[in-house]
Design a binder for this molecule. Structure first.
Ligand code: FES
Length: 103
């Protein structure tokens, strides 16, 4: 099972066994990571914003136009920002590190 590491705002790291196909938003919610996801993954908010470690960013599928438009509304946007509800875990992402953005 792939492992995904979340770095929380206090700097603590949670390495989580991630079932294939689950979104990073669902994974966060199932493991008490403080990621909001107000719209439940329907691309209508930007509160599932995550900062992807640079080493992993290019391995992700490209953003849709809708994700790009929604990301523009996110606080603390970075060059490697993505929406957690739009990224599904796969074997290729085993070891990925993502951070919760500053708020
Ligand atoms: S949870 Fe709202 S856009 Fe991802």
């Amino acid at each position: 099972m792939p492992k995904i590491t979340f770095i929380q705002r206090d700097g603590s790291r949670n390495e989580i066994d991630a079932p294939d196909g689950v979104s990073l938003l669902r994974l966060a919610h199932d493991n008490d990571i403080d990621l909001e996801g107000a719209c439940g993954g329907s691309l209508a908010c930007a509160t599932c914003h995550l900062v992807i470690d640079e080493a992993w960013y290019d391995k992700l599928p490209p953003k849709s136009t809708a994700e790009e438009d929604m990301l523009d509304l996110a606080f603390s946007l970075t060059e490697t920002s993505r929406l957690g509800c739009q990224i599904k875990v796969s074997d290729e992402l085993d070891g990925m590190v993502v951070s919760l953005p500053e708020i």
